[in-house]
Design a protein around this ligand. Sequence first.
Ligand code: NAD
Length: 458
Amino acid sequence: MQFELNERAIDATLGTLRKAATSLKAHDYQWRIAQLDALFQLTEDHEKAICEALKADLNKSYTEAFVTEVGYLQSEIRHAKKHLKAWMKPRKVGTPLMAFPGKSFHYPEPLGVIFIMGAWNFPFQLTIAPLVAAIAAGNCALLKPSELTPKTSALIAELIPQYMDKDAIAVVEGGKEVSTYLLAQRFDHIFYTGGETVGKIVMQAASQYLTPVTLELGGKSPCIVDKHCDLTVTANRIVWGKWTNAGQICIAPDYVYVHESMKDAFLAALRKAITSQFGKQPQNSQDYGRIVNSNHLARLSNYLEGVESIEIGGEIDAESLYFAPTVVLNPPLTSPLMQQEIFGPILPVLTYDSHDQVIDMIGSREKPLALYLFSSDEDIQQRYLAQTSSGNMCINDTLIFMTNADLAFGGVGNSGMGRYHGKSGFDLLSNLRAVMKRPFILDVFIRYAPYNSLKTTL
Ligand code: NAD
């Protein structure tokens, strides 16, 4: 789909948003609640249309689209509404003796206009969830959904102006050309979700105005299966985490490390879990997604070139963008499959002898977005907590941690910067203004010049 760059229209939209950002209107509690209510209403009134757009763009089943996008956002909005009053309150902090009598606070205030660039794998949720945080914090926002999922992008552009305050929240559709133009404009914060390459472009563009950025990126998220685990539950949870949305999830387990002695049992458990979740022919399953487009299908097919150890799957149907749930055993660590983020339905399974070997390997690579450990041994849990680093960690499960709005979600190092969801999103898009209030009494003179010897000895 071709998008036109209409610079005049964008400039006019940005002018309107900036004006609204400088008015007090957007700062007010009632305005924020009204916008959150309107957003909730939008998701309720158009649940079916949103799920249909996600079906058209990514073949998401209705249930998956509801749970991971619409329903997910509804609970994020409910959570924000429930806690908004408390989040907005000035936060009292201590005051040192030097400033006695006095009081000190952090006053959360809006930043201004937030530019939100969404990604295509959860094209509704990843564009709207940052908006929930932006509204809660009293900001105006410009949304740019991903061009790779055009049905969802068009629906967002159609619905947002129908429900939200048009002066404060706007949508611009487009691809690289539009993004490039937008990134050259002045914003108060840029919230980008996507890959590392564009992440660097965003950060470079933001430096022109010293605009703060949030980068929600990806990476190779490891999953370790220790000897002390329930293999059936482990396999079910890994299959769910890996093959929801056909593996196109930033926090999907990218590869699994399983103890050498459990290799065969683990592969058998994986096979069983794939069949029980998607049937013997995943291509016929209503619940198995498709690859977003032929470029990504070709990228993923290339990973399998020359690979001999395909244990499960491997079938591809280019016409319907189908890529089977695929498991590859022990690919070389130097292969593209083990060097690049897979972001698709291929799961490399590697075997290990000792946890030292796994921890060293993880430590030698960029810090991942998520790390999964399946082990009931608390010492092993503690070792991975202490000796590895990742944006997020989930012990004995996979994607489920995303349902907790109290957990601040984000990356570290190459997997991103900045955290959101719940209060962390509110704080991220607020200026926590430091305020000290002092009375006129007790004006201790020794701090003023001239600094004579009496004062310095005090
Ligand atoms: P994408 O292609 O949808 O790009 C994201 C945005 O960047 C789009 O709005 C697009 O218009 C813009 N863009 C693309 N090329 C550009 C250019 N040259 N200049 C300026 N803007 C440009 O997303 P993607 O990168 O294919 O997404 C996949 C990646 O996103 C994976 O690495 C995945 O792990 C990551 N991801 C991270 C999260 C998270 O929350 N951390 C969530 C989803 C995806």
